[in-house]
Design a protein around this ligand. Structure first.
Ligand code: NOJ
Length: 801
């Protein structure tokens, strides 16, 4: 191991002993810490349903000069546009250019848009259709504003490996299957509106610490952290959801800031040429994360197609010159341009009614500007339902919830009310940089610049937390805070409200007649920095102080990731607890639906809540530049595929609330497990289908099914998420992994039948030596069905024979 570390350092210092193509791949750790060269960059071929778009793009690009091709590949500063990134048009050919705009909760840095539920909130809903509807509605807003490319959703990297990761809330779940299924729905939703969906960040951008090069206290450059990974983990865990997004047609992929096996993400030929464009048959274009380009010729040859926010640092005239002098083959530049235009045609952006790029995105919202109201009334129910379904009820003693016409409610906590900042306007999120133009970010240390970064670590936000910070933030036209929505209800019910939103120690202030005390806290997070902790003393004291005086204390947490609750979860006066995640603008309205029982909770945790920080082991904290790697930080993904619940299962650690867990107002009974191989399914050990975008086409063939029934044995209607876990009979596989989920609404005394479809890939393991997915033919797979990763009453098996 020590030898390998020295080797890693050498690799980073560019004395890289690349694995040559002739090297025999012998074991899982073959790629660990080193990134073999894969050249040349595969060209777009028009695979699968890309044929038409490819042909049109080829015809278009054939008419371009060298300079025009180069212009397509690099962003330019555009003073008249509020787009996060701009590509010049080619008016003589009727192409008006491209506008790239964030992000995952709605269109960023503009007005007259909605704030949708965050990625983690959608993940907690476990609802495929709702996730499609969310993306479809959001895609309409991107289109109306003239965004050609929506920079998420989906976010599938970070996956959530590090519990304290600052951007875990942007993605759906730490589980690759759940993340992948919802990513595919998101891509389809966005792209069906004529907008390119950018799936990001490829790949292994699992922490914010040292995500970009920085300057240390001695004024020396510290390179970005290197995520060192073995080939099997790369495929089975981190590439998995990207493959789903690709299969669904994502037409752009954002490469990531940090290094992958010691080679920067946007110039990593193994990752871009090898994994993405060759193995996964990618037909769209790769855009750099903002400022993530670290070389010119190197990144061009390694498969980068577009650089943001500016082409001028390495490309622009330099790229044209590199083509002229033969350093970069002209075919490579032509391929970049063709991929970019193919993505544009693939999403039908040549349609005559397509809005002009950036039409609704003003550079400065405080100056008079053209107002484009992007909101569509049909999105309203989607936004509300999305906000409702991402809430997860984890404790509800003696049916405390739902509330029944309370006479007096006492409300506590800084998270209950609307955020009150000193700045007027909708810039309610201190990390959203909302009213400013997008480019203001470039002056913020730790985002795109290099420099010594001051600590900037959000713990909790004063005011309710509905969207996370950084490029994933947006500014809605209104915000329904819990207090506002509860007040509306109180007006109708004639309920007396009492409140204290300021004091942490509200000693003696709880009204003795309170039917319930509602406490609101949050756990904030922002891009650019990992979370300082998974809980905080101020908020925990608030809960315990109120609980000491109120025997019916109901806690809601707006959490941008894992939030520990062991400080008070067993306190008998804490009678109900809801993880509220980041619900978007309808936060309060959604919560009231649940508190008052008009809708039964149906969310499930898309991550594991441990009892103690230490239960996450090495996956609690990000890794920094520790000796001897003070200039080239090394982050070894030693745990392999066992992150989150897989790690808890492998080590036999009892979580506080397991992955997939969530209560509701009724009870369910699971029965009638059956599993079978689909008749006529091809059971070759390895896939034989052609490569299309996403990988071999037959990896998506359904080869087996599992069925079960779910009966509502309680008194109210509610939706249950039936979950299928599979134990794959192969060395090194997780004890169980999620391989199916179906959300069904079931009325009292009714039974729903669920069917889980298992695709070839769902039952395959990555065979490192064969470099292919392999079924374990003849061996016995274990199948488990139930309501969470640890409540699995139905157990059976399946043999592929
Ligand atoms: C950096 C972020 O990592 C990325 O997610 C975002 O899309 C770009 N900046 C543009 O704002």
């Amino acid at each position: 191991m020590a030898g390998m570390k020295v080797f890693s350092l050498l690799a980073a210092s560019s004395f890289l002993r690349y694995a040559s193509a002739q090297d025999v791949i012998r074991n899982d750790t073959f790629f660990y810490g080193q990134s073999p060269p894969v050249y040349p960059s595969p060209e777009i071929e028009g695979l699968g349903d890309w044929g038409d778009a490819y042909a049109k793009a080829q015809a278009f690009v054939a008419q371009l000069t060298l300079e025009e091709k180069t212009n397509l590949t690099g962003g330019f500063a555009n003073a008249s546009s509020g787009c996060g990134g701009n590509i010049r048009g080619i008016p003589r050919l009727g192409f008006n250019g491209l506008c790239l705009q964030d992000a995952g909760q709605g269109v960023r840095a503009t007005d007259f848009v909605n704030a949708y539920a965050s990625g983690i909130h959608a993940g907690a809903s476990w609802n495929k259709n709702l996730t499609f509807d969310r993306a479809y509605a959001m895609g309409g807003e991107f289109r109306a504003k003239g965004a050609s490319i929506a920079l998420g959703p989906p976010v599938v990297g970070p996956l959530g490996r590090i519990a304290r990761g600052g951007r875990n809330w942007e993605g759906f779940s730490v589980d690759p299957y759940l993340s992948g299924i919802l990513a595919a729905e998101s891509v389809r939703g966005i792209q069906s509106r004529g907008v390119i969906s950018c799936t990001k960040h490829f790949i292994l951008n699992e922490q914010e610490l040292n995500r970009i090069p920085t300057i240390n206290a001695e004024n020396e450059t510290v390179e970005a952290s290197s995520s060192n990974i073995d080939d099997r983990t790369m495929h089975e865990l981190y590439m998995w959801p990207f493959a789903d997004a690709l299969h669904a047609g994502t037409a752009s992929i954002m490469c990531s800031y940090e290094r992958i096996n010691n080679s920067y993400g946007c110039q990593n030929s193994k990752a871009l040429n090898g994994l993405l464009k060759d193995e996964l048959g990618y037909q769209g274009f790769v855009v750099s994360d903002w400022g993530a380009q670290e070389s010119g010729v190197g990144s061009a040859l390694a498969g980068l197609d577009m650089v943001m926010p500016s082409g001028l640092q390495f490309w622009g005239g330099n790229l044209t010159q590199a083509v002229r002098n033969g350093s970069v083959p002209e075919d490579r530049l032509t391929d970049m341009a063709t991929r970019i235009m193919a993505a544009w045609y693939y999403t039908n952006q040549d349609a005559p009614d397509h809005p002009y790029p950036g039409i609704g995105l003003a550079p400065n919202l405080l100056l008079p500007h053209r107002i484009v109201d992007a909101r569509d009334p049909s999105a309203r129910p989607v936004i509300l339902q999305g906000a409702i379904e991402g809430h997860v009820l984890v404790k509800n003693t003696n049916n405390t919830l739902p509330l029944r016409s309370p006479k007096l409610l006492s409300l506590y906590g800084y998270d209950a009310k609307s955020p009150d900042f000193n700045t007027p306007g909708p810039g309610f999120n201190p990390w959203s940089f909302g009213l400013q133009s997008h480019n203001v970010n470039s002056v913020i240390c730790g985002f795109f610049g290099r420099g010594v970064c001051p600590p900037f670590a959000p713990i909790a936000q004063n005011g309710t937390f509905i969207v996370g910070g950084g490029s994933g933030a947006n500014n809605p036209v209104y915000i329904s805070a819990p207090y506002n929505a509860i007040q509306e209800q109180a007006i109708q019910d004639g309920t007396q409200l009492y409140w204290d939103f300021v004091n942490a120690n509200a000693n003696g202030s709880v009204h003795a007649e309170s039917d319930a005390c509602l406490v609101f806290i949050n756990a904030a997070a922002s891009e650019g920095v990992d979370r300082p902790s998974l809980r905080d003393d101020f908020s925990d004291a608030l809960v315990t102080n109120i609980a000491a005086q109120c025997s019916n204390t109901i806690v809601t947490i707006h959490n941008a990731g894992i939030r520990l609750v062991d400080q008070w979860i067993e306190n008998p006066n804490v009678t109900a607890v809801i993880f509220g995640h980041l619900p978007g603008q309808d936060s309060g309205r959604a919560l009231v639906e649940l508190l008052y029982g008009r809708t039964s909770p149906s969310g499930k945790l898309p991550y594991t809540v441990a009892r103690n920080e230490s239960d996450y082991g090495a996956l609690l904290d990000p890794v920094g530049p520790v000796p001897p790697y003070t200039y080239f930080p090394q982050d070894d993904f030693r745990e392999g595929v066992n992150i989150d619940y897989r790690a808890f299962d492998a080590a036999g650690i009892e979580p506080r609330f397991e992955f997939g867990f969530g209560l509701t107002y009724t009870t369910f009974e699971f029965a009638n497990l059956a599993s079978s191989v689909v008749s006529g399914a091809s059971l070759s050990a390895y896939p034989t289908g052609p490569v299309i975008q996403g990988g071999n086409a037959d990896l998506w063939d359904v080869i087996a099914t599992v069925t079960a029934s779910v009966t509502n044995t309680g008194n109210v209607a509610a939706a249950e998420v039936a979950q299928l876990y599979v134990g794959i009979p192969s060395a090194g596989q997780p004890v169980r992994q999620l391989r199916g989920f179906e959300k069904v609404l079931v009325h009292p005394n009714q039974t729903a039948h669920v069917e889980f479809e298992l695709r070839r890939r769902d039952l395959s393991v990555w065979d490192v030596v064969a470099q292919q997915w392999r079924l374990e033919l003849g061996a016995e797979y274990h199948v488990y069905v139930g309501s969470s990763s640890r409540d699995l009453p139905l157990v059976g098996n399946l043999t592929l024979a």
